[in-house]
Design a protein around this ligand. Structure first.
Ligand code: ATP
Ligand code: MG
Length: 343
């Protein structure tokens, strides 16, 4: 049987990229995975605080993301759904893995390098390489590896942007196993989704992201029809006539095609064939309809679930209990192997 683990940061209501790139797969696995397979989905608060967060806002986001996951159809009876920050073993294993990770390896991670580039460009960090960025941000991929390995996960459904982090996790599983001379951790594999990478509506060279400053660069799964329409209408495209799929030279148009395909399950080829001679306005009209048909039901469910905060909290509490039971078992094993077992 497989153990499937994935996480999302409580840094805002999920957007269409999160949904098509990862969360839709989480839901699909509930139907398609073997009933013996264990599904574990986590809201990773300790990852969120690698960048500064306002405490009141973070608390609200943690509630909202739980409501979002329930709204898209995560069933807490089938899947273990919990807050990472309520299971302390994540931090404990992360520390142990930190001690087995070379700084050189972490410095090569592209997410770190791009945060560093931003720091240099905005002038906050002229002289030092990593001046004000936190040690926690640097070690982010190690915490992520701990999240996955703590449950001895074998499959990880995450978006394309996480590929390198998962590579590091696989490497750490191997390093640990060799260090203790025992196959404690399975080496986990990436599960890729068809729409693996949804791009920003404002800058189609970047991925759609919760933390990008421009709110109209992303469609939230809770956006109203009017909000969806306004964001899609203002999406950056290009001045070439007709519709083709060419991610390199026409990233904006291709992204809109990807979105239609991701929301309707129509293939990219078929979308392009159907719309080949159409204008950008018509393409955008199709995008709005496709997104609304996908997100309309999610939005209504979200509003219903938000009425009952007591239940949302209860789901989190029960999920954390189930996760902790598994985590404690792994940690006893891990610590004993390292000479840190009970005395
Ligand atoms: P942040 O900007 O705060 O990092 P994010 O939008 O990257 O937010 P995460 O919580 O980091 O969201 O990621 C949750 C999941 O969504 C991950 O599996 C990630 O791979 C996936 N994901 C994030 N952005 C995209 C995207 N634009 N296209 C496809 N998948 C995405
Ligand atoms: Mg991210």
């Amino acid at each position: 049987a497989q153990t499937i683990f994935s996480g999302i940061q409580p840094t805002g209501v999920p957007h269409l990229g999160n949904y098509l790139g990862a969360l839709a797969n989480w839901v699909a696995l509930q139907k398609n995975a073997d009933p013996q397979d264990r599904l574990i989905y986590s809201i990773v608060g300790y990852h969120a605080i690698t960048l500064p967060q306002d405490p009141r806002r973070l608390e609200r986001e943690r509630m909202d993301i739980m409501a979002s996951l329930l709204a898209i159809g995560i069933n807490p009876e089938r899947s273990i759904l919990f807050h990472q920050d309520q299971v302390l073993e994540h931090v404990e294993l992360a520390w142990i893995l930190n001690c087995m990770t070379s700084m050189g390896k972490l410095k090569r991670v592209t997410t770190w390098k791009s945060k560093l580039a931003v720091a240099r460009n905005d002038g906050t960090d002229k002289n030092q390489d990593d001046g004000h960025l936190s040690l926690g941000l640097f070690a982010y991929p190690v915490l992520q590896a701990a999240d996955i390995l703590l449950y001895k996960a074998t499959r990880v459904p995450v978006g394309e942007d996480q590929r390198q982090h998962l590579e590091l996790c696989r490497d750490l599983a191997d390093v640990f196993n060799r260090t203790v001379k025992s196959p404690i951790f399975p080496v986990p594999r990436h599960i890729i989704t068809p729409a693996k990478r949804v791009l920003s509506l404002r800058d189609p060279m970047q991925k759609m992201s919760k933390s990008a400053p421009a709110a109209n660069s992303r469609i939230l799964i809770t956006d109203s029809f009017d909000e969806i329409a306004a964001k899609v209408r203002s999406a950056v495209t290009d001045s070439t006539r007709g519709i083709t799929y060419d991610p390199i030279s026409r990233p904006g148009v291709s992204n809109l095609v990807t979105i239609i395909s991701g929301c309707t399950d129509e293939s990219i080829e078929s979308v392009v064939e159907r719309l080949a001679d159409k204008g950008h306005g018509e393409l955008k009209g199709e995008v709005v309809d496709a997104v609304e048909s996908k997100l309309g039901p999610v939005r209504r469910e979200y509003e219903r679930i938000k009425q009952d905060e007591g239940w949302i909290r209860e789901v989190g509490r029960r999920g954390a209990e189930k996760a902790r039971a598994l985590a404690v078992e792994t940690m006893v094993d891990v610590k004993t192997r390292l000479g840190l077992g009970a005395l």
